[in-house]
Structures are given as structure tokens and as C-alpha cells.
Unconditional design. Structure first.
Length: 97
């Protein structure tokens, strides 16, 4: 999960060029996901929003007891690769020389 939020922060950094902004937005997304995944089961109107938080997939399985389920780690892999490729594309687009 840390790698996924890290790649999101790297992508935001390639967009803005500001490290503080990239870290703060990435941290805010992680905090929002944590709050959504913990509050959504308690509030009926927010119950469908839990699927948008990565913490739902992180807490969803007990790998020591039940083994790994692909539907719990696929969102992390897909989001990580998407933001890696978007970061590389955006970084190449910037005129740094």
C-alpha cells in the first residue's frame, strides 16, 4: 500500500514539480482512504464508498489464515503501474534541459 501511495505522490510531483505538494496530497489521499474505510461500515449512506478506498482491499483478507486472494492485491498492482507509466510520460514531457 505504501508503494501505491508513493507512486501517486511521484505522479503528483511530476505534475507540479513541488515535493511538498506531492507528499501532502499523497498523504491526504491515504488519510481520506483510511477514514472512508473505517467510517463507511458504520454509516449506511457511505457503505458503497468503501470500495474506493485502498484500505478496504488491504484489510479485506487474512493471508495467514486464508491465503492470498488476487482480488485483494490486483487494485494495488494496477494502480501502481498506471501511476508509474503516467509519471514516466509526464516526466518525459517536461522540458528539464
Amino acid at each position: 500500500m505504501g508503494i501505491t501511495f508513493g507512486t501517486i505522490s511521484v505522479f503528483i510531483g511530476t505534475l507540479s514539480g513541488n515535493a511538498t505538494q506531492a507528499i501532502s496530497i499523497g498523504g491526504a489521499l491515504a488519510l481520506a482512504g483510511y477514514l472512508i474505510s473505517n467510517i463507511a461500515p458504520l454509516v449506511d449512506s457511505l457503505n458503497n464508498t468503501k470500495y474506493f478506498a485502498l484500505f478496504y482491499y488491504y484489510k479485506g483478507s487474512d493471508p495467514l489464515k486464508f491465503g492470498f486472494h488476487y482480488w485483494h492485491w490486483i487494485p494495488f498492482v494496477v494502480i501502481t503501474f498506471i501511476f508509474i507509466f503516467l509519471s514516466i510520460y509526464q516526466f518525459k514531457k517536461r522540458n528539464l534541459l
